[in-house]
Design a protein around this ligand. Structure first.
Ligand SMILES: NC(=O)c1ccc[n+]([C@@H]2O[C@H](COP(=O)([O-])OP(=O)(O)OC[C@H]3O[C@@H](n4cnc5c(N)ncnc54)[C@H](OP(=O)(O)O)[C@@H]3O)[C@@H](O)[C@H]2O)c1
Length: 230
């Protein structure tokens, strides 16, 4: 029974970004991989690239994580086609580093947009897909949620290194980390694995999407798989 995986924000094929690279690596393992994109065309282009490499188990799905109606349609499409979801990779993240993000005079439009995407959007996506992830558990699998984080999401390291910049982005990843802790605790009984690894290339993300029942949960991981301070 092939595992079913959804990676949000995975359509940056031409730029070979992490979400797309992860889709390729997971598909190479024979999993069914939904490449999430908020743009129909870029999703189809990305999937076309992977199909041309012989990775026929990759499929496109439209999902804008700031638009609940598209989250719902993506969930309905995957439910209709597969009946369950085994792995949700919350890869979407925006940083808007060209906008003012000092704590004293931040561009509040940018801060709100970052939080709406990286934090609220990730929560809404996760909550919408939980029923399908619970079906994974009912099918005898280990459901997995990967919240793609950042080193800037470590309050401990920000304090240690005196980081003040990027307050919107940093706070959004701190909030995402906090959500990871809550989810891992609340979903422990269902056998879920919920972790927040730092983005460091598709290959570095791969192990967290392939965890089994013995794998860790509720952890923040740095490059190389070392546990990071929250
Ligand atoms: N880049 C870094 O240096 C770095 C470092 C640490 C952590 N991270 C984190 O790693 C993850 C991936 O980063 P990346 O640099 O690989 O990102 P990326 O190349 O910018 O890709 C992000 C993807 O998210 C999509 N996206 C943005 N807003 C969306 C929304 N509302 N709904 C659905 N999709 C949306 C983008 O779609 P479009 O193609 O439509 O724009 C894009 O495909 C993010 O969570 C990021 O915060 C990145």
């Amino acid at each position: 029974m092939a595992k079913i995986v959804l990676i949000t924000g995975a359509s940056q094929g031409a730029n070979s970004r992490d979400g797309f690279e992860l889709a390729r690596l997971i598909a190479e393992k024979g999993r069914i991989v939904y490449v999430g994109s908020r743009n129909d065309e870029s999703g189809k282009t990305a999937v076309g690239i992977l199909h041309s490499e012989g990775l026929s188990t990759v499929k496109p799905v439209m999902i804008d994580i700031t638009k609940p109606s598209t989250i719902e349609s993506a969930k309905n499409a995957i439910e209709a086609a597969e009946g369950r979801l085994d792995v949700l990779v919350n890869n979407v993240g925006i940083a808007l580093m060209d906008k003012e993000q000092l704590g004293l005079y931040p561009d509040m439009t940018a801060v709100r947009e970052i939080m709406a995407t990286n934090f609220f959007g990730t929560i809404e996506t996760t909550v919408a897909f939980l029923p399908l992830l619970r079906k994974s558990c009912a099918a005898g699998n280990t459901p997995i949620i990967v919240n793609v984080s950042s080193g800037l999401g470590s309050n401990t390291l920000s304090q240690e290194y005196g980081r003040a910049k990027y307050v919107g982005y940093r706070a959004s990843k701190v909030a995402l980390n906090s959500y990871t802790i809550s989810l891992a605790l609340e979903l422990q009984e269902g056998g879920f694995k919920v972790n927040a690894p730092i983005r460091d290339g598709g290959l570095a993300m791969l192990p967290w999407a392939l965890l089994d029942a013995k794998g860790p949960t509720g952890k923040f991981f740095g490059p190389g798989g070392d546990e990071y301070p929250w």
